[in-house]
Design a binder for this molecule. Structure first.
Ligand SMILES: Nc1ccccc1-c1cnco1
Length: 241
């Protein structure tokens, strides 16, 4: 998978040099490139923003650098899927992570200030698939943090990036539920015990306990997820809870 990130703060993306993503890049599993948008500016101040048309507070990212960036990075015959991080975007979910993990080439445009001139999105949408995406209902200084979160969620689904693929099986949102609580040694710690079923060696009982805990946790913290759950995926015991 190829990923390009265009940002005015390339150093914000340095965490992508670390850990499993960094290793996947070294091994050639991820072709990930970070580009400074100011590379496509021509004035002495390398300006990327201007006053908002119609007035108002703040500044808007101007279209010219983005247009020249696309001209250089995107050939005529092969197009990336363009993700524009924005508070007004489509909510990012695990389902979208799976959708994006199937794409051969992703390009992320990190907005700053009051956003990117809308014509950048409209112009790009004439040439490639463009999705404005949000990681939540809150306001950040810019899109870089959102891009880090999305790239981590997506690349860990790319075969070979996550060492032990089994880790993908029992995690939150994978089966529509939040994951069960996790424990390790010692069996008792400061008056708190590991639930005895987890030490029983009975794999069937452990699996049932984890499923019950996942359902209870989801009902308490995210009842909305239960509404969206395919009822067919609930077995008879689930319905008793
Ligand atoms: N607040 C923001 C400001 C700029 C670019 C993205 C965002 C964003 C993305 N998801 C939530 O917020």
């Amino acid at each position: 998978m190829r990923i390009d990130v265009v940002t005015v703060f390339p150093e914000y993306l340095q965490p992508l040099d670390l850990s499993l993503i960094g290793r996947a890049r070294e091994r050639g599993m991820l072709d990930l490139n970070v580009h400074d948008l100011r590379r496509w500016t021509h004035d002495v101040h390398h300006s990327v923003d201007d006053s908002p048309a119609g007035g108002g507070a703040g500044m808007v990212m101007k279209p010219q650098p983005w247009g020249e960036c696309f001209d250089e990075l995107i050939p005529t015959d092969v197009k990336p899927r363009l993700l524009v991080t924005s508070p007004a975007g489509r909510p990012f979910t695990q389902a979208m992570a799976h959708e994006l993990a199937a794409e051969p080439w992703l390009m992320f445009a990190c907005g700053r200030y009051e956003g990117i001139d809308q014509r950048v999105v409209d112009y790009a949408a004439e040439r490639m698939e463009v999705t404005e995406v949000s990681i939540g209902d809150y306001v950040l200084f810019g899109g870089e943090v959102a891009v880090l979160a999305i790239i981590e969620a997506v690349t860990r689904l790319v075969p070979g990036v996550l060492g032990n693929a089994a880790s993908l099986d029992d995690e939150s949102h994978n089966d529509g539920l939040l994951e069960a609580p996790a424990y390790t040694r010692p069996a008792e710690w400061r008056g708190h015990e590991v639930p005895p079923v987890l030490l029983s060696g009975d794999h069937g009982k452990v699996a049932r306990w984890r499923r019950d805990q996942a359902l209870l946790r989801t009902a308490q913290a995210r009842p909305d997820l239960l509404e969206g759950l395919d009822r067919g995926s609930l077995d008879k015991r689930d319905r008793l809870l």
